[in-house]
Design a protein around this ligand. Sequence first.
Ligand SMILES: N[C@@H](CCC(=O)N[C@@H](CS)C(=O)NCC(=O)O)C(=O)O
Length: 205
Amino acid sequence: MSKLVLHEYSPSGNCYKIRLTAAHLGIPIERREYDILKGETRTPAFLGGVNANGRIPVLQVGDRFLPESNAACFYLAEGSALIPADAFDRADMLRWMFFEQYNHEPNVATLRFWLAYVGEAQLTDLQKALIPGKIAAGEAAMTLLDEQLGRSPFLVGDAFSLADICLFAYSHVAEAGGFDLGRWPHVQRWIAAIAAMPGHVTIDA
Ligand SMILES: N[C@@H](CCC(=O)N[C@@H](CS)C(=O)NCC(=O)O)C(=O)O
């Protein structure tokens, strides 16, 4: 495999997903830190050379750059047990990863970032106005997760997959965004099970 470099902001759950995937697979990754609060992913050098979309994470594979956290996890896990062999289960795993990006991350992760990293006093009026909707949508996403995890130990049946890694990343730190994990007992059980797995690394490792 070509040399791997993760362009990241280490508190980000999107970046953590990639480190967690790599840790489970025993893949070494070099890390390069950017302070997104200082606009370090918006410089001409970053936009021109790393990601024209101005965001981390970006997984650099040799001299090629792969933005989007879930795509990077998928690249690392190709051919491993983190991706189900069965075609339906594999598509179902992707279903949860798309759900994560559309319903979960824009609410659960954004509230954590706004409240725990930017700070409520620093938010724009527009951001403040968006908070109630994000709370409701984040709670709905966590409830859906909880219902699924009440039916099976992991999101896609009995086997731990990328779907679990990608949804674990922001679910386990959801309280920093104001969500009460006590409302979702199946999610809590799943978080504890993942945190106890061999190969696990924490978000601040
Ligand atoms: N869909 C993208 C989201 C990437 C994203 O929103 N990154 C944030 C940090 S988690 C970022 O780089 N923000 C800095 C900025 O927008 O300037 C992914 O999953 O990788």
